[in-house]
Design a protein around this ligand. Structure first.
Ligand SMILES: Nc1ncnc2c1ncn2[C@@H]1O[C@H](COP(=O)(O)OP(=O)(O)OP(=O)(O)O)[C@@H](O)[C@H]1O
Ligand SMILES: [Mg+2]
Length: 602
């Protein structure tokens, strides 16, 4: 469905669901308008009594009392109507917000690629504000303006003078027009101010997070120049905003002044001629004064509705997107054993003309371990991400336990895979919550067990708040290797049938990595394990190893077989052995292979 078609539906749906609430609010608004229309009448009666010489202290007090009563009543009704509408507006905002967030969670990783966080944030904040503004402020102003303007016109025309009313109101549509035109301009300029301000903030943020790089590369003068430029742009944006606001104020004063000029001269003449009373003259001016604000607000309302329509279209567009990766004809499975068969898998990333994987064929028996090595960008991460359906492989190319991947319910598939992504991600919460990031909570012992397996438990226990230690902005900063191990504990805690480690120990020294993998041996038995690594030492134990190059499997076999074959793998092994001289090698003097390294650690 095209987003266009759903354009106004969000608000309409909300309006229909809350018909009663809106009707009540409208009745209140009309009540407030009707009371407001009494004020000029009280003044009229006062002035006429004065002109007739019948005004006494008692009647003056009476008039004052009536004015007070009307004012209190009007205020009370207006407050009630506003509360009602503001509540409805918040309701609308809340429901759209929840729908948007729920929908965002369903959208695949692909959606988030090539979208700026800033844009998504704009939907979550600005667009929501616009929708809410329409639902409360916009609706209120519209209804109030319609009733106040039309009823005031009737009162002026019928109870004072029709022709005077006609001439006095003649310039006022210009006020609506000016309000519409200038509000647009003001809006544009305030967006400019917002952007300039955001730009200033971004620079400060960048400066804070990149201070080490800025200093190391002597970029202070350049950064200062850029900041000054942004600072100047900020002033300029504000100047434009003030200019257009001032121009609007002047313009509307001019138009309003024109109306009052006509009311004064023509109305004054009518009064002098005795065609209207002094009281009518005063009442007329009061009606006119009361009209100005709603007439101006019509221009504003149109603006609010226009901007809300654009926001609604954007949000409806997102909500109309069907997630490309979803369950279809899902099979009734709940667990997986982990037998993975890949057949002639060629995969293109959306928009890419070169395949990231090319004719990959592979059989990974349940419970076995696969090692994946290969150069940077050879497709290792792509391969494992396809198993999780973070991107969708072509149908039929991957089977798990004999079932096509796409027919395994997503929730089952993902709950059965323990995935430690390459770019480890930790939330800015407690370590505990970062590890126990699963649909069902785990016991403390289980969490400690997983952390011990990932060789991070002892480190965590050294923090004053141990597992309660906050990570990220307001907490501690872990080293790269520590972060990786916390991420690993998160995946291990899941007790998955399939464990995928995507270069997940690259920031840990080779020695510790080997020890961790050794310790994992018991844990890994019975689980299909895929270890992606740049290090030969991490994969050499695997039941089979594949070497990827430009998306193709170029070598395949066991460590020994691949070494014997003397290909890419053997070259890698030889090079790494030279590059990573280990203490153990010097100790035993043989300078043998990676096995030597494992002896001391095992
Ligand atoms: N999300 C993506 N969208 C488009 N292209 C991608 C995406 N991710 C990876 N690629 C491309 O696909 C190819 C394989 O990338 P992949 O991340 O699988 O390599 P890798 O073997 O894991 O590399 P590394 O050793 O650096 O982790 C690369 O050419 C990369 O540019
Ligand atoms: Mg990778």
């Amino acid at each position: 469905m095209k987003p266009e078609a759903r354009r106004e539906r969000l608000f309409r749906e909300h309006f229909r669901q809350n018909r009663g609430g809106y009707a009540f609010a409208f009745v209140l608004i009309i009540g407030a308008v009707l009371t407001q229309l009494l004020i000029p009448k009280v003044l009229e009666s006062f002035a006429d009594a004065y002109a007739a010489g019948t005004l006494s202290p008692i009647t003056a007090l009476e008039h004052g009392f009536w004015l007070l009563l009307v004012a209190v009543l009007m205020a009370a009704i207006r407050i009630a109507s506003r509360l009602r509408l503001y509540y409805l507006g918040r309701q609308f905002e809340r429901s759209v917000r929840s729908r948007l967030f729920a929908h965002w969670l369903r959208l695949p990783a692909e959606y988030y690629q090539g979208r700026r966080i800033g844009d998504l944030m704009a939907h979550a904040t600005n667009d929501m504000n616009l929708l809410r503004e329409k639902a409360n402020f916009g609706v209120m102003m519209l209804v109030e303006a319609i009733f106040l303007v039309s009823l005031s016109m009737v009162m002026m025309g019928v109870t004072v003078h029709p022709l005077l009313t006609f001439w006095v109101l003649l310039p006022l549509p210009l006020l609506s027009l000016a309000a519409y035109v200038f509000r647009r301009r003001i809006q544009r300029h305030s967006r400019g101010v917002q952007e300039a301000f955001a730009d200033l903030n971004t620079r400060v943020q960048k400066f804070c997070s990149g201070i080490q790089v800025i200093k190391a590369f002597v970029q202070e003068p350049a950064e200062l120049a850029r900041y000054e430029e942004a600072n100047r742009a900020n002033v300029e944006a504000n100047r434009r905003l003030i200019q257009s606001s001032a121009a609007f104020a002047a313009m509307s004063s001019l138009i309003v002044g024109l109306s009052f000029l006509i009311a004064m001269t023509y109305g004054g003449w009518l009064a002098m001629e005795g065609r209207i009373t002094l009281g009518q003259f005063i009442a007329f001016h009061t009606y006119l004064a009361q009209l100005i604000w709603p007439i101006e607000s019509i221009g504003r309302v149109i603006n609010v509705f226009q901007r809300a329509a654009a926001a609604e279209q954007r949000i409806a567009g997102i909500l109309a997107m069907e997630p490309s990766i979803r369950d279809e004809e899902a099979l009734p499975v709940r667990t997986l054993k982990g037998h993975i068969v890949i057949r002639d898998l060629t995969f293109f990333y959306p928009g890419n003309s070169r395949p990231a994987l090319h004719g990959v064929t592979l059989d990974i028996p349940a419970g076995s371990t696969l090692g994946v090595v290969g150069r940077v960008g050879s497709g290792k991460s792509t391969l494992v991400q396809l198993l999780l359906r973070l991107f969708d492989p072509p149908p039929g190319t991957i089977q798990v336990d004999g079932m096509p991947l796409e027919r395994i319910p997503l929730a089952v598939l993902r709950s059965q895979i323990g995935y430690v992504p390459q770019d480890n991600f930790l939330f800015s919460t407690a370590i505990y919550d970062n590890i126990d990031f699963h649909p069902v909570s785990h016991t403390e012992a289980e969490i400690h067990g997983a952390a011990s397996l990932a060789h991070i438990h002892e480190k965590i226990m050294q923090f004053p708040r141990q597992y309660g230690t906050l990570l990220g902005e307001r907490g501690v900063t872990l080293s790269g290797g520590q972060r990786q191990r916390v991420c690993m504990a998160r995946a291990l805690l899941k007790e998955p049938s399939i464990l995928i480690l995507d270069d997940s120990l690259s920031a840990v020294d080779a020695d510790t990595e080997t020890r961790i993998l050794q310790d994992l041996r018991r844990y890994r038995s019975g689980r299909t394990t895929i270890i992606v690594s740049h290090r030969i030492s991490s994969v050499q134990d695997a039941d089979q190893i594949i070497v990827l190059d430009e998306g193709r499997i170029v070598e395949q076999g066991t460590h020994d077989a691949l070494l014997a074959a003397g290909g890419v793998y053997a070259q890698m092994a030889a090079r790494q052995q030279r590059e990573e001289p280990l203490p153990e090698k010097r100790l035993d003097g043989a300078g043998r292979s990676f096995h030597g390294k494992r002896h001391t650690s095992g």
